[in-house]
Design a protein around this ligand. Structure first.
Ligand SMILES: [Zn+2]
Length: 290
């Protein structure tokens, strides 16, 4: 009996790291993190689509009638607030079947590992996004790779990569991925349709389209700028009655909500115009720095 008992002890000791992996990832500190993570009351966007994120990082929940789809998971420290917002809207984390992601930066996917583990959901991304999400770090070709360990986040298991234009269907909802590289190589925007009775609208969750990096990365190098412009053009052309951008402020989401003007068929065009202005300005600065 003795060898078996010591073997059991060994197994008990070996199981300790696995138990630690079940603990939610630590909060991430960054310049804007506490501002982004300010609470915001959850609200209905349209039909079964709900805003459940904090004030500075969009998180959307779609009640499909056969489970819930979440889009993005904000920061690790946002997870409990997202669960509370789901509850407030009568939605249950245990019913989340998919978590679609915009882009693999800690402020949009830092909370996804914990939300996916607690719900058992499959996490959706692009092929390039899957590489970053699986390792919990941006790849070397990410514009923000120069920030090094500051970009780390909890690695995500249970990933499924979708091709550009590919859809998943759950209940009454078909969600389509649109690859929008530029801000990150693995970035994606998402479209779906939601209805209130006979009235249906096309919703867009648009990825970040702003050029952000340290000085070692140049958006003017190679075909980066033209690829970025193609992503901006793609977002401009999406079926877009109601836009939610990855950072809600970039599409004035709460102002539109306050004015009962969430539906705005010009929103994607304006979002693309702003993105073009920022990219043009960045390319001008890179030219001047030469
Ligand atoms: Zn980002």
């Amino acid at each position: 009996m003795k060898p078996a008992a010591s073997l059991l002890l060994l197994f008990t000791a070996a199981s300790v790291p696995a138990a630690h992996a079940e603990i939610d990832p630590a909060p991430i500190a960054c310049h804007s993190c506490s501002e982004w993570n300010q609470p915001h009351a959850a609200f209905v966007l349209f039909g079964g689509s709900h805003y459940v994120g904090p004030a500075g990082l969009a998180v959307v929940a779609i009640d499909t009638g056969a489970g819930v789809i979440l889009i993005d998971g904000a920061l690790p420290q946002s997870a409990d607030g997202i669960v509370a917002s789901l509850d407030a809207q009568g939605l249950d984390l245990a019913k989340v079947k998919y978590i679609a992601t915009s882009h693999p930066h800690f402020d949009h996917v830092g909370g996804v590992a914990a939300l996916a583990r607690r719900s058992g959901a499959t996490v959706l991304t692009t092929a390039a996004g899957a590489i970053a999400l699986a390792q919990g770090q941006v790849p070397a070709d990410d514009p923000q790779a120069g920030y090094g360990d500051d970009m780390r986040f909890a690695a995500i298991a249970n990933l499924r990569a979708l091709a550009d234009g590919e859809s998943i269907t759950l209940g009454d909802t078909t969600l389509t991925l649109h690859a929008t590289p530029g801000h990150t190589p693995g970035g994606a925007s998402w479209t779906w349709r939601d209805c209130e009775g006979e009235r249906c609208v096309d919703l867009v969750f648009a990825d970040s389209l702003n050029p952000v990096s340290d000085d070692t990365y140049r958006f003017s190098e190679g075909d980066r700028a033209s690829a970025f412009r193609a992503s901006i053009a793609k977002v401009r052309a999406l079926p877009c009655d109601l836009l939610v951008s990855a950072h809600p402020g970039f599409s004035r989401l709460f102002e539109r909500q306050a004015q009962s003007a969430l539906i705005d068929r010009d929103a994607c065009r304006r979002y693309a115009d702003d993105a073009t202005r920022r990219l043009d300005e960045r390319l001008r600065q890179e030219q001047q720095a030469q």
